[in-house]
Write a protein that binds this ligand. Structure first.
Ligand SMILES: Cc1ncc(C[n+]2csc(CCOP(=O)(O)OP(=O)(O)O)c2C)c(N)n1
Ligand SMILES: [Mg+2]
Length: 338
């Protein structure tokens, strides 16, 4: 992988590092639990895990402010947890239960939270990209200084609608950070087999959108790049592209046997580049935390995740009366509430 390691000594507090450790670990343990529940038949349909990519969303959330928006693809559980959505509600949605964010009717790919400004969860590859620009258009119109993080994959970056969106976002100077989560595969297709030029962060150049490549296994690099991108957008200069180079450890979805890559490739990445291990090492080497303190954080996170699984199992399935609800909006939202 060509992602660069940062050579700078990080200027970061123990508190901040501990926060990243906690947030990334929550995502990892939550996803592991979701994988187990899937194996037990408690989660049906598709389920795309985020394991390996945790530093991307945790780093970018560290660059976000209250009121900023986010929208992403179907690989979305990590994004929901990182923006503060309740693990109980996410797990219950995965298992199709009433206590879930979409009352058990949406599942893994269709969850939303108006409170946390999380706009999904989209199963159609690339479909969230124009939606992200639309959200940013609303903010530009209202001149409220908000920014929208629009996440999509390396595969999605080859979609036509992405370039229609780049054009409009640049034309109208929309405050949108396009985050390309380059995990190097689109289902079973390696980037080099599908993509004409490797440097997808340069794809905004014809539209005048600046872009940069970021080490997505290092949460501090992601945060720093995120802050730069957000400052650009908030100052009214229009969109920004971050190609965040990362890696997914698990298959594309739970049903992927992953025959298109070797076990050694995955193992090497886990051993040498793991985002959580990197922060763990920083905490220990900087004497910011002891092994015992980290163990107690691990225990705490496990308890939160186990409780979410219990909540999900105990929550009932939605009743048949829910079949005809939430199809059409009852009220048309006004500009002020949108
Ligand atoms: C329009 C459309 N085409 C094809 C698919 C099937 N499909 C689902 S995910 C995927 C690969 C996308 O890869 P990438 O954008 O790199 O995201 P990643 O899964 O790696 O996060 C494809 C082809 C789809 N859901 N929608
Ligand atoms: Mg991909």
């Amino acid at each position: 992988m060509a992602a660069r390691k940062s050579t700078k000594k990080p200027n970061v507090s123990a508190e901040e590092l501990t926060h990243y450790y906690r947030e990334m670990l929550l995502i990892r343990r939550f996803e592991e639990k979701a994988g187990q529940l899937y194996g037990m038949g408690l989660i049906g349909g598709f389920c795309h895990l985020y394991i390996g990519q945790e530093a991307v969303v945790v780093g970018l959330e560290a660059a976000a402010e209250e009121g900023d928006k986010r929208v992403t693809s179907y690989r979305d559980h990590g994004h929901m947890l990182a923006c503060g959505m309740d693990p109980d509600g996410v797990m219950a949605e995965l298992t199709g239960r009433e206590g879930g964010y979409s009352k058990g009717k949406g599942g893994s790919m269709h969850m939303f939270s108006k409170e946390k400004h999380f706009y999904g969860g989209h199963g159609i590859v690339g479909a969230q990209v124009p939606i992200g620009a639309g959200l940013a258009f609303a903010d530009r119109y209202k001149e409220n200084g908000r920014v929208t993080f629009t996440y999509f994959g390396d595969g999605a970056a080859n979609q036509g609608q992405v370039y229609e969106t780049f054009n409009m976002a640049a034309l109208w100077q929309l405050p949108v950070v396009f985050v390309i989560e380059n995990n190097q595969y689109a289902m079973g297709t390696a980037q080099k087999r599908s993509t004409s030029t490797e440097e997808i962060h340069k794809r905004g150049e014809p539209f005048g959108i600046p872009g940069e490549l970021v080490d997505g296994m290092n949460v501090l690099s992601v945060k720093e790049a995120g802050q730069k991108a957000v400052a650009h957008c908030r100052s009214g200069k229009g969109p920004y592209i971050l190609e965040v180079k990362t890696y997914r450890y698990r298959g594309h979805s739970m049903s992927d046997p992953a025959k298109y890559r070797t076990r050694e490739e995955v193992q090497k990445m886990r051993e040498e580049r793991d985002p959580i291990e990197q922060v763990r090492a920083m905490l220990l080497e900087g004497k910011h935390a002891s092994e015992d303190e980290l163990k107690s954080i691990d225990k705490e996170i496990k308890e939160v995740v186990n409780a979410s699984a219990e909540f999900a199992k105990e929550s009932p399935e939605p009743g048949t009366d829910e079949l005809w609800t939430d199809i059409y909006a009852d009220e048309v939202p006004q500009v002020e509430d949108a």
